[in-house]
Design a protein around this ligand. Structure first.
Ligand SMILES: [Zn+2]
Length: 173
């Protein structure tokens, strides 16, 4: 086993659209959920990290990235020292290639219609209600940890909790 890396508290997310559909992945490990490609900056600029993650997770080359959102969320990650992340979310305004997902990091990928994205958000809302955790940013950590322990969620997850709040901020849901 490799020693877990230390969290650098910086994350990037990349929004990729084809017509009106968004590229989403189901993560293989924690955190469990459906998400846009994302990862840590690890000392790189946000744009460089976004380019690298997009390539690694789904095999696409970003040709033009437009920063859409910067926000601090208290979502956990699988690294140590993981109290919060400052997120930079990019829209890949131009991209190239065919999706080729990372088999290590993702279970599957799919292009989601606005309706499909909404239904994944609804699934998280139902999960939060069932767990009696109000769906608010301040509960993000608790919500994600609870989801990570839920066999039902892992088998059939909805939108990953941090993505839910990013998508809300961006007006996607
Ligand atoms: Zn982290």
């Amino acid at each position: 086993m490799k020693k877990p890396k230390r969290c650098d508290h910086t994350s990037v997310g990349i929004l990729v659209k084809k017509r009106n559909q968004r590229l989403l992945i189901e993560r293989r490990g924690s955190n469990f959920g459906i998400a846009a490609p994302a990862g840590h900056q690890d000392g790189q600029s946000p744009a460089a990290a976004a380019r690298k993650e997009l390539k690694e997770e789904v095999g696409l080359a970003a040709r033009k990235l437009v920063a859409r959102l910067k926000i601090k969320l208290n979502n956990p990650c699988r690294r140590t020292n993981n109290q919060f992340h400052v997120w930079t979310v990019f829209e890949a305004a131009r991209w190239q290639g065919r999706v080729k997902r990372s088999k290590d990091e993702t279970k599957r990928y799919f292009w989601a219609s606005p309706r499909a994205v909404k239904s994944l958000a609804d699934k998280l809302e139902r999960f939060a209600r069932a767990q009696r955790i109000p769906l608010a940013q301040k509960n993000l950590r608790k919500l994600q940890m609870t989801a990570n322990r839920s066999r039902v969620w892992k088998k059939n997850p909805g939108l990953e909790p941090p993505m839910y709040f990013l998508f809300k901020e961006l007006g996607i849901i």
